[in-house]
Design a protein around this ligand. Structure first.
Ligand SMILES: Nc1nc2c(ncn2[C@@H]2O[C@H](COP(=O)(O)OP(=O)(O)OP(=O)(O)O)[C@@H](O)[C@H]2O)c(=O)[nH]1
Ligand SMILES: [Mg+2]
Length: 334
């Protein structure tokens, strides 16, 4: 096995007697890893990950997709002594035991794909949420409209999605019939890592299987009565396709909570934030003030009301998250 084939790019590996490895799966405190020596099971070296006397930990807790410094043990459990710096990462706010917490969904991908299926899952509001978070990952993002075999013509859906995504590609395909799979060819390159995220049942694992030409990942039929998925995938997993491309398959997400999303929202809604500069008053609240460019754009039908509403909601949500985070870190320091 050659770790370069798993995307390792020669980054320095700290620690004596360590070799580079990649995390391909997690199970509680255990990590499945690959390295030049082969595949194995590893655990973290506690002192490297939990700072002493309240000091900040030195490294991010490893997750699927991470490159790590490993003390290989051919007889059994290996030791992870450091997480190498991440090239990209997608983090959302999720419900945790202590209220809302950051959850790192995927790391070290070259392209992050957001999947929506062409049944009841298609939603521009969900797409806007994803774009607000996805634009700050440090990597490319793209949108896949799955199950194109369920509609007569995917073109109107592509057009609607493209109205939010700007220059970000929108690809319609069917894992079932194979239609449109060739559109992924530019991304399916050796040593690259793709990450698939989206609601349960949209066909993330089915697409991995279609690209692999093999049933690598288990899938489950969606519920008949509301078209929702049944959480077939429960852990994040990184698989290597015969093409030499890696894919991080993730469990379906119920929600994409905003986390440090202000910059991303500004980016995803650049059309709206550009209007602000055109308002007569620099502190315009876009409410009842005269000369408001937002109100004018809404009246002229240039800015859809739902999009304006979605922007305001996401901003408010991001502000709430920020407030919670500020309080939490304040409490933590005391
Ligand atoms: N008609 C149609 N059905 C599909 C297609 N792709 C997947 N499905 C079906 O959709 C259901 C859910 O697929 P999965 O691949 O398990 O979905 P997932 O996104 O991995 O779901 P989670 O692992 O729960 O997050 C399965 O019954 C698939 O057979 C497609 O292109 N067309
Ligand atoms: Mg799955």
């Amino acid at each position: 096995m050659n770790i370069e084939e798993w995307g390792y790019d020669g980054m320095a590996v700290p620690g004596r007697g360590t070799i580079p490895a990649r995390v391909i799966g997690t199970w509680g405190d255990y990590y499945r890893i690959v390295c030049d020596e082969g595949e194995g099971i590893a655990r973290k070296k506690a002192s490297a990950y939990f700072g002493r006397d309240g000091a900040d930990p030195m490294y991010e807790i490893p997750t699927t997709g991470d490159f790590v410094a490993l003390r290989w043990n051919p007889q059994g459990e290996s030791r992870i002594v450091a997480t190498l710096p991440r090239k990209s990462s997608f983090t959302r706010a999720a419900a945790g035991t202590l209220g809302r917490q950051a959850q790192t969904v995927a790391v070290n991908f070259s392209t992050l794909f957001f999947l929506m299926s062409l049944n009841r899952n298609f939603s521009l509001r969900r797409l806007e949420r994803f774009l607000s978070l996805g634009r700050t990952t440090g990597a490319n993002v793209a949108v896949i409209l799955t199950k194109s075999d369920l509609v007569d013509d995917p073109a109107p859906f592509i057009a609607q999605a493209s109205s939010c995504t700007g220059e970000i590609p929108v690809i319609a395909l069917s894992a079932r019939t194979g239609a449109g799979l060739d559109r992924l060819a530019p991304f399916v390159q050796p040593r690259r890592t793709l990450a698939f995220i989206g609601s349960s049942g949209v066909g993330k694992s089915s697409l991995v299987n279609a690209l692999a030409g093999d049933e690598l990942m288990p899938t489950l039929a969606i519920r008949d009565w509301d078209s929702k998925g049944r959480h077939a995938t429960t852990e994040r997993e990184l698989v290597r396709l015969p093409s030499g491309t890696m894919v991080i398959d993730t469990p379906g997400m119920r929600e994409i909570g905003m986390w440090e999303a202000d910059a991303g929202i500004a980016d995803a809604f650049a059309d709206i934030e550009r209007l602000f500069a055109l308002c007569r008053f620099s502190d315009c609240r876009h409410d009842t003030e005269p000369g408001c460019a937002v109100k004018a754009a809404l009246a002229a039908g240039e800015l859809p009301a739902e999009r304006w509403l979605a922007y305001q909601r996401l901003k408010a949500e991001a502000a709430r998250e920020e407030a919670v985070r500020a309080t939490a870190s304040h409490r933590y320091r005391k």
